[in-house]
Design a protein around this ligand. Structure first.
Ligand code: COA
Length: 317
């Protein structure tokens, strides 16, 4: 008999439950660096402090959990959104559909979440049963994280026809036009993302906060492509001393399909290899076909996230 209760129990039990899924994922995606043993409890602790969570039990034994952070206002174009990060939506695979569906039902009845109209959930890419339940419950794919060992990425070339240079984060505003081209792409068909505007203040602040590494490609004086990488990606596994993470990339439309991004990624790998980094990660929207096509050619997707916009906001009444 399945029971769903608010998550107010001992965090150790949730950590032990989540640890099994973490270990399985590390076996499944060998390119992922091994996290410190404290990384998972630290992440779950941080989330528990600012979340709403549920635990599913069958005859007392934990069989699932669903924790969300938020609500955030103006979330992906919705008025009020919540997000369940990696390893905070879990269900025993054999009964994943029933467990997830009942946890989702109970979550929607929580008065603290009145007004929510958008929910996103991140899963490991191989969690097929849970993914099927999420999709049958009306969620659609939106984002992914992917990973690759530097030595398995394309090799740089010595006679590349465009100049490749590094731009320090302090000078990031100088490449604002090529960043704006990325925003224009994301705003248009078929992505239709409500993407933030790259103002000079925003670019300067974000680059400083993240100590971004930018590599650019030039055709004469014109900057025609860039890739940006930082320390942390979008989930706790990306925060690792031997890993760096790509968080933005674009090539001007008339310069695409000439190998510019492949060369930028190869040179980024060279740059990091020299520092002892072994792994590169990237996060992207799978609903952006350029990103999905390019990144999944060279990197292994290990998470998929799904989102649902509810026809009307959650409410108990
Ligand atoms: C994604 C993007 C950066 C790729 O840059 P690019 O310089 O055109 O890519 P490259 O020419 O280096 O492509 C390298 C390889 O990837 C393949 N590739 C590129 N885009 C692809 C796609 N959409 N689908 C499948 N394969 C793709 C190329 O065919 C090429 O393969 P090859 O090695 O067999 O020749 C570019 O399309 C772009 O700027 N898109 C708009 C912005 C965007 O979506 N950025 C990503 C956001 S995270």
């Amino acid at each position: 008999m399945l029971t769903i209760a608010p998550f107010d129990s001992d965090l150790d039990e949730v950590v032990a439950f989540a640890r099994r899924f973490e270990q399985e994922a590390l076996e499944h995606y060998p390119a992922l660096p091994r996290p410190d043993l404290t990384a998972l409890p630290d992440m779950l602790n941080r989330i528990a402090a600012r979340s709403h969570g549920l635990v599913a039990r069958d005859r007392g034994e934990m069989v699932g959990c669903l924790t969300v952070i938020g609500p955030f206002s103006n979330y992906h174009g919705g008025a009020s959104g919540i997000f369940s990060p990696l390893l905070t939506c879990l269900a025993q695979p054999e009964h994943a559909d029933r467990i997830f569906t009942e946890m989702l039902t109970a979550l929607g009845e929580a008065s603290e979440l009145d007004g929510v109209d958008t929910m996103a959930v991140s899963l490991f890419a191989h969690q097929a049963n849970l993914r099927e339940s999420v999709v049958l419950n009306g969620f659609g794919a939106r984002c992914a994280d992917a990973v690759q060992q530097l030595d398995l990425l394309p090799q740089s070339t010595s006679d590349f026809p465009f100049a490749i240079e590094e731009v320090h984060w302090r000078d990031a505003v100088s490449i604002i036009e090529v960043k704006r081209a990325l925003a224009a792409h994301l705003n248009g068909s078929p992505v239709f993302m409500e993407y933030f505007d790259f103002t000079p203040e925003f670019v300067a602040k974000k680059s400083e906060e993240r100590e971004s590494v930018h590599l650019i490609a030039r055709d004469g004086d014109r900057i025609v492509g860039y890739v940006e990488a930082t320390y942390a990606g979008e989930n706790y596994l990306t925060i690792h001393p031997t890993m760096r993470n790509i968080c933005g990339a674009g090539v001007l439309p008339e310069y695409r399909d000439r190998g510019i991004m492949r060369e930028l990624v190869a040179r980024l790998a060279d740059r990091y290899r020299a520092e002892g980094i072994t792994t590169l990660g990237v996060d992207y929207e799978t609903m952006n076909p350029n990103a999905r096509g390019f990144w999944e050619r060279y990197f292994v997707p290990y998470t998929r996230s799904f989102e649902r916009r509810f026809d009307r906001p959650w409410s108990r009444s």
